[in-house]
Design a protein around this ligand. Sequence first.
Ligand code: SAH
Ligand code: SF4
Length: 362
Amino acid sequence: MTSLLRFPPNELEELLVSLEAPRYRADQVLRALYQGGCDSIDALIQLPRDLRERMKTAGLTVQLPVILREVVSDDGDTTKALLSLPSGPTVETVLMQYPRSGRGPRSTVCVSTQAGCAMGCVFCATGQMGFERNIPAEDVVAQVLHFQRLLALRGEHVTNVVFMGMGEPLANYEETLRAVRQLTDPRAFDLAQRAITVSTVGIPRAIDRLATENLQVGLAISLHAPDDALRRRLVPTARPNSIAELLDSGRRYFRTSGRRVSIEYALVGGVNDAPRHAQELGKLLRGSGMHVNLIPLNPTAGPFVAPSRRGVREFRRILTEAGVNATVRIEKGSEIAAACGQLRTDVDAASGRGSAAFPSPS
Ligand code: SAH
Ligand code: SF4
């Protein structure tokens, strides 16, 4: 069985032509999928019945996630859905809303690209689960559609998509790219490329490849440390000279795509949040044009603690003084465990997996 959500418009056209349908049928299907509420081949009532039958015989389906649980934050701005994806895994997908004056809210969907993650970042709940499997493009798209349809009921729509949920998007490169193309194709989901951000722990070759795709998507690199020794304690899979390599690939991405790269820095209390770390980071990034997002640690099963509020303010001040633009990410939904790094399945949480041990410095 293959979900129709897997096919970009040109492939869908070919597929329908191979089933002896005229090309224009593709646009009817695309509209029903992305603007309508179509949830099965039978619901495509715009199509002749015999075409629908041929589609089913060809193994085509419309598969949407099943909601296992949905939790809304106290302020109503964050909704976390535990979704059972058609391809098998259970993942968490989050909707974050920010009011905007004079128009509807900014509605950002944070999608998962893998169940678990092989990168093993010690402060990240997903990393501590280990790698389970890649999520196919159609199931990434389906996560966005899940919230799009919810929002449509109240006259709103998804305005942004961030690849910051479970998993490392660039370790599932082909499917991530396919999902980005579906989400931004004017005949499919039709989101602006600039409304998408891919966050990566940093695979330089994959970043370079992304730069050649002729896309305008934003790139966020999760750095977390100003020196390689400290970075490898936090990201055990990082290479010895990963920082230099990553900043180089970030600069190349900027040159090729014209999009500024942002740096994510999870502030872990007593580990990477000292003033000297801020000074070193400032030296490293001065003049790079890269913006830093400071993310105060969210509690996970591990032994790590959040930084103090004063420490965060001071860290930011030092960066700003060094000429590096920095903002502190306002965490949304931490009380419903939907903030960065807290995404994991309830099943795993219940089994007690995921306590992170901090490796001693190598
Ligand atoms: N794998 C990608 C995208 C998913 S993680 C990446 O690492 O960039 C998205 C962001 O959440 C990353 O910047 C990650 O470092 C951060 N993060 C993970 N666990 C966190 C935690 N417990 N507290 C705060 N940020 C966390
Ligand atoms: Fe994977 Fe990102 Fe978590 Fe690291 S922070 S383990 S790369 S999901």
